[in-house]
Design a protein around this ligand. Sequence first.
Ligand SMILES: NC(=O)c1ccc[n+]([C@@H]2O[C@H](COP(=O)([O-])OP(=O)(O)OC[C@H]3O[C@@H](n4cnc5c(N)ncnc54)[C@H](OP(=O)(O)O)[C@@H]3O)[C@@H](O)[C@H]2O)c1
Length: 339
Amino acid sequence: MTLPSKMSALIQCHDGYASGGDRDMPKDLTGLVELAEVPLPEVGPGQALVKVARAAVNPSDLMFVAGLYGQPRVKGAPAGFEGVGEVVAGDTPLLGQRVSFFGSGSGTWAEYALTDAKQMIPLRPDLKDEDAAGLIVNPMTAMAMFGIARKDGAESFLFTAGGSQLGKFMIGLGKDHGLAPIPVVRRAEQVEDLRALGAAEVLVTSQDDFKEKAAEVIKARGPRVLLDAVADQISADLFFAMPKGARWITYGRLATKPPVLREMGQFIFMDKRIEGFWLSQWMREAGVEKLGKAVTDVQARFATGAWSTDISATLPLNEALETSAQALAVKDAKLLIAP
Ligand SMILES: NC(=O)c1ccc[n+]([C@@H]2O[C@H](COP(=O)([O-])OP(=O)(O)OC[C@H]3O[C@@H](n4cnc5c(N)ncnc54)[C@H](OP(=O)(O)O)[C@@H]3O)[C@@H](O)[C@H]2O)c1
């Protein structure tokens, strides 16, 4: 295949981390990335080049381009953590195949992206590009964290941002494996849909009786794991209301104001723990067998319809800046980029 010397990409407007100012999740991409013609990335040893079909826009991408993620930005480099596409160059047996992948050194919001040749995921033919575009970040995290909840041995588990894509994936896993999922959400209008997906209970933080309802559900069902993407005072209060041995696993910080921890004695006398979860770290430590099983299971869930990706819009690169605000404002659905 003859490759072009240049490509279109949404490149980062800033270097490093944000200093002070707004710590909130950006509501559109303006001022954070810009459309540009850039040289086609050069494939180095151990790398492959993928022609991108679809790329996901996840909260981690938004936090990253805003300088609020755990890695520094690189001005001028294409943004975008994950995507799906065809392998077009590199020293790999997967040349010509469709893969899901993480961009490494050159992001996925571009016509072409570089990736680590050893970490590409060859795809089942019956997997849709819409699901394969975001096959790694949320699905693999859901698998990994559900594994943690399952190992704990309790019969239920609690999780915040319960209507997020990740939350919906965890509801499906809980339902299918007999572990009662208890999502926590802000909006009452999500309750019915989450119940229909298989939530055993849904706790709504905006309702007046939230505290009482939460105490009642915790007493009745005894969850010992709180998977938390929000990290606010409500998360802390839920954790301190949980039984002996409870673990608060924080994997996102959607809230801008951190919580106050008022019950430090529980760490001493009730064997409680706060931990963090980051998929990158989990993947480094998981080992080939565990990773391979998770990848197979994730693909099977999408292919059989046990999971699906709700999409707000699929935007070409040249429309992404203009329309990202509208697409990102849609609740409970993902924005995809189609270079
Ligand atoms: N640590 C890791 O390795 C890892 C990996 C994957 C994902 N994550 C994290 O997982 C989370 C979910 O990702 P996703 O892609 O599934 O999200 P998503 O589908 O974009 O949904 C975001 C959800 O967060 C809720 N939310 C936003 N701000 C909130 C706040 N201040 N308080 C309560 N709820 C809030 C939204 O609720 P409303 O509908 O009410 O606005 C929405 O349901 C993100 O924080 C992401 O960074 C972490």
